[in-house]
Design a protein around this ligand. Structure first.
Ligand SMILES: *[C@@H]1O[C@H](CO)[C@@H](O)[C@H](O)[C@H]1NC(C)=O
Ligand SMILES: *[C@@H]1O[C@H](CO)[C@@H](O)[C@H](O)[C@H]1NC(C)=O
Ligand SMILES: *[C@@H]1O[C@H](CO)[C@@H](O)[C@H](O)[C@H]1NC(C)=O
Ligand SMILES: *[C@@H]1O[C@H](CO)[C@@H](O)[C@H](O)[C@H]1NC(C)=O
Ligand SMILES: *[C@@H]1O[C@H](CO)[C@@H](O)[C@H](O)[C@H]1NC(C)=O
Ligand SMILES: *[C@@H]1O[C@H](CO)[C@@H](O)[C@H](O)[C@H]1NC(C)=O
Ligand SMILES: *[C@@H]1O[C@H](CO)[C@@H](O)[C@H](O)[C@H]1NC(C)=O
Length: 435
């Protein structure tokens, strides 16, 4: 069977970038839109209003039942709603696949990306570049090579917010490198701590924001003995740091998870209910997965009931795990693999996979509870693909190394595997542009 094309905005596939560039210049914007829609209609006859990069939800994994408390997917009925049929997943599930060699590498390099952050410029700090020559090959279809003009055409006149921790920042930095191949953005706003930043693409009337939140919910660092000993998080209160900025946003990409492995004190209704990785003997211990489900639910609930968020499309970008071997960030762990893992080498019993399942279940749940609502929900399920990329981290190849800091086996080099998140985003936007 010829692989189906999920977002077939290129006339000749796979990979006809050069020819396409020429055609693009000759075709006016309106005709251009017609071409896109026509081709899309041909391939994706989908009237669903749901947004999904795949429908293959795994309901396995479930929740760990131990001494710690857990929260069922549905408080009255533990089965999760199935995603719709008739979705793109019938043709192709982008979240399943393998990494295959890509001799052309990325569409940008550390010399052609004007926004390249030094901290992610692994090539400059001596990382062997072989990890760049791979692309994600979903089962049964092709994701076209990222086309910045196409992306900027799709989001013309729109505002996009990427919400989360430093991995959300990683995604934005990757997207900036990809898009700057078509238009170099300018910074419109940057807060004093460089956590919330807005970029403009004036030629395309597109605004991209990154909004910092470690836990999605309201968070107060608890200082003890002069250092941050723990984070007090209010499971039922979405953080105003991002919710305040949501009105006027057209696309939100919500993510999180990596901060929950620290010492965290959990509050519900303003009352301390327990903790994760804390030192007090007399507090109830909770699983990381409990807190993650709870804050994702709070965040999605906020969005689904937000009166000023009409027309907003929210994607949940699923969990991205670290790849420390023989230790952690704090005690000399490393990640020196030189090629992607295959599926047999990743562990789906891992907590990373459980977090991903929870995130998908919560997206399915909010869709179920808000059928026909004005806010749409989707998922960018990159967990399995990224679990296979133990070779794509900075490890020792970053600036802080010189100051004796740890190996970084959590964030992603640029260019690198993280660029694939934007491939999935574009494919998902294309696929849903008709509904
Ligand atoms: C749980 O699921 C049942 C049926 O599957 C539904 O009737 C109920 O409203 C759901 N509860 C919540 C809190 O979503
Ligand atoms: C870019 O990366 C290469 C390795 O691929 C490195 O040799 C070079 O110094 C880097 N250039 C810049 C400008 O960072
Ligand atoms: C702070 O210091 C006190 C006294 O040394 C100690 O008992 C306590 O455990 C410390 N707290 C933390 C969070 O390390
Ligand atoms: C989030 O909001 C709190 C309270 O207003 C503020 O102290 C903190 O600096 C904000 N954090 C970020 C990253 O903006
Ligand atoms: C736990 O013990 C501390 C003293 O170590 C006490 O201050 C606190 O109130 C106790 N908390 C609960 C929930 O019992
Ligand atoms: C890494 O740890 C494993 C056990 O966890 C051990 O068998 C192995 O020898 C260690 N490798 C190195 C290079 O230290
Ligand atoms: C990775 O590092 C470990 C420990 O230094 C070493 O034993 C191993 O050979 C290295 N692997 C590769 C592929 O370089």
């Amino acid at each position: 069977m010829v692989p189906a094309l999920i977002s077939s905005y290129m006339p000749k596939l796979p990979y006809s970038n050069l020819e396409w560039g020429v055609i693009q210049k000759k075709v006016g914007p309106f005709l251009w839109l017609m071409v896109i829609s026509t081709i899309l209609v041909l391939f994706v006859m989908d009237s669903s209003t749901r947004f999904s990069s795949s429908v293959a939800v795994s309901h396995s994994g479930g929740l760990k039942q131990g001494s710690a408390r857990s929260l069922p997917a549905n408080d009255t009925d533990a089965t999760s709603p199935e995603l719709s049929s008739g979705d793109i997943g019938e043709v192709c599930d982008i979240s399943e696949g393998k990494w295959v060699e890509e001799p052309r590498g990325s569409i940008y390099t550390n010399t052609t990306c004007p926004t390249m952050p030094d901290i992610k410029n692994c090539g400059k700090y001596g990382k062997d570049q072989s990890y760049v020559y791979w692309r994600w090959q979903p089962k049964g279809c092709v994701i076209p090579r990222f086309e910045p003009e196409t992306f900027l055409g799709m989001v013309r006149g729109k505002k996009m917010a990427v919400i989360g921790d430093s991995l959300a920042r990683d995604h934005v930095e990757s997207l900036l490198c990809l898009l700057s191949q078509a238009e170099i953005p300018s910074i419109a706003f940057r807060d004093e701590i460089d956590k919330c930043v807005t970029w403009n693409f004036p030629e395309h009337n597109f605004t991209l924001m990154v909004l910092w939140t470690e836990y999605i919910v309201e968070t107060i660092p608890r200082i003890e003995n002069g250092t941050v000993a723990s984070y007090e998080i209010h499971l039922d209160k979405a953080s105003r740091n991002w919710t305040e900025k949501l009105p006027g946003v057209d696309y939100a990409i919500l993510s999180g998870g990596n901060w929950f492995f620290r010492a965290v004190h959990l509050y519900e209704g303003g009352k301390l209910i327990g903790c994760i990785n804390c030192w007090e003997q007399n507090l109830t211990r909770y699983e990381v997965t409990y807190a993650i489900r709870r804050v994702v639910r709070t965040g999605l609930h906020f969005i689904s009931t937000c009166k000023e968020c009409e027309g907003l499309t929210t994607f949940l970008r699923t969990y991205t795990p670290s790849h420390f071997q023989n230790g952690s960030w704090f005690d000399g762990g490393y990640c020196n693999r030189t090629s992607p893992l295959d599926e047999s080498q990743i562990r789906l019993t891992d907590v990373a996979w459980e977090i991903r399942n929870i995130q998908r279940e919560e997206i399915a749940r909010v869709r179920e509870n808000h059928r026909g609502g004005k806010v749409k929900f989707g998922v960018l399920d990159i967990t399995k693909a990224i679990m296979m990329r133990a070779d794509g981290h900075p490890e020792g190849h970053w600036t802080k190394r010189a100051e004796g800091r740890a190996n970084d086996c959590l964030h992603w080099c640029l260019p690198g595997p993280v660029d694939m998140w934007s491939d999935v985003l574009l494919a998902t936007l294309m696929k849903n542009s008709l509904s």
